[in-house]
Write a protein that binds this ligand. Structure first.
Ligand SMILES: Nc1ncnc2c1ncn2[C@@H]1O[C@H](COP(=O)(O)OP(=O)(O)OP(=O)(O)O)[C@@H](O)[C@H]1O
Length: 260
C-alpha cells in the first residue's frame, strides 16, 4: 500500500542553486522476491517473507519496524553479506551477487581501523582500488570536509567522539563513490543531541551527493525526518505492510510538528 504525507510537489536545493528531483536517475535498486529463512539445527527462523521493492536512483528510503522484523537481514542481503533464500537483487538493471563497491554498508558502530589515522581510514577503499596517492588524499580531504572533520586528518579513531567516528565512517563510505549507501541504525549508539545533528548532516550530504540511501531505524520520527519513503515492516515473519511517500519540504527540521 502506498500512502503520501505532506506536499506532493517537491524538489531539493543543491549547492550551486540547481533544483533537481531527488529521484531523477531511473531505477537504482530492485528487490525481487527476496526471502530469508535461517536454518540452524532444529531451529528454523523465517526472517523475511518474499519482499518486492523498487527504489529510484537518489531516493532516501527508510526501513522502519520493530526489533526482529528482518530489516538488518534485508540490508545485509542487499549489501551481499548474506545470501537470500530466494529472489534477486538488481542494481542498475544488473543482478548482483556478493559485495561490491556499488553498495556500502554502515553499521551502528563505526567500523574504522584503530591503527590508521582518519585520513588513512578514509583513503582505505581508494588504496584497494589502486587510486594514486595524490588523488586519494584529495578525495579523502573533500569528504572529510563534507562531514566537517577537516583538521582531524591525523587523529586516530579512539581520539574522536562517537559522532565524529560515525562521520569519518560516512566519509570513508562516500570516498569510494558507491551508488547506494546502506545505513543500519547508524545513529543508534549516539546520544539524542548528537543524533539530531547527524540526521541534519546526513540530509545535507544526501542533497549534495544524490546517493541512493537505505536507512534502517526503529524510530518513527527519524524515519519521517529523513525519508522520501518510509517502508514499514511487520514483525516476524518480516514483510512490508506500508510504503509511505513523505513529501514534506526539505531541509526538514526535527522540531517540525508535521513530523510528530
Ligand atoms: N544468523 C542468524 N541465524 C539465525 N537467525 C537469525 C540470524 N540473523 C537474524 N536472525 C533472526 O532473523 C530475524 C530478523 O533479524 P534482523 O536482525 O534482520 O531483525 P531487525 O529487524 O534488523 O532487528 P533489530 O532492529 O533488533 O536489529 C530475527 O528473529 C533474528 O533472530
Amino acid at each position: 500500500m502506498i500512502q503520501s504525507i505532506g506536499n506532493k510537489s517537491r524538489s531539493i536545493e543543491v549547492a550551486g542553486g540547481d533544483n533537481i528531483s531527488p529521484s531523477a536517475g531511473g531505477n537504482s535498486l530492485r528487490i525481487e522476491g527476496i526471502s530469508k529463512t535461517f536454518v540452524g539445527g532444529e531451529r528454523v527462523v523465517e526472517a523475511l517473507r518474499p519482499v518486492d521493492l523498487s527504489i529510484s536512483a537518489g531516493e532516501f528510503v527508510c526501513f522502519l519496524g520493530p526489533s526482529g522484523c528482518g530489516k538488518s537481514t534485508l540490508l545485509n542481503i542487499i549489501a551481499g553479506l548474506e545470501a537470500a533464500s530466494s529472489g534477486n537483487i538488481i542494481v542498475n538493471d544488473k543482478p548482483v551477487r556478493g559485495t561490491g563497491t556499488d553498495r556500502v554498508l554502515l553499521f551502528q558502530e563505526a567500523a574504522l581501523f584503530p591503527w590508521l589515522n582518519i585520513q588513512k581510514n578514509v583513503e582505505f577503499g581508494l588504496r584497494q582500488a589502486h587510486v594514486p596517492g595524490k588523488k586519494r588524499a584529495e578525495i579523502a580531504r573533500h569528504y572529510l570536509d563534507m562531514v566537517n572533520l577537516s583538521g582531524f586528518e591525523n587523529s586516530y579513531p579512539h581520539q574522536l567522539s562517537g559522532g565524529m567516528r560515525q562521520r569519518a565512517a560516512i566519509a570513508r563510505a562516500l570516498a569510494i563513490d558507491p551508488d547506494i549507501l546502506l545505513m543500519d541504525e547508524p545513529f543508534g549508539a549516539l546520544d539524542a543531541f548528537t543524533r539530531d545533528k547527524l540526521q541534519a548532516q546526513v540530509e545535507t550530504i544526501w542533497s549534495a551527493t544524490h546517493k541512493t540511501i537505505l536507512f534502517v531505524t526503529h524510530n518513527v520520527r527519524e524515519a519521517v525526518a529523513l525519508g522520501d519513503r518510509v517502508i514499514v515492516f511487520a514483525p516476524r515473519p518480516g514483510r512490508i505492510i506500508r510504503d509511505f511517500h513523505i513529501d514534506l519540504p526539505r531541509p526538514r527540521s526535527l522540531e517540525d510538528h508535521h513530523l510528530g
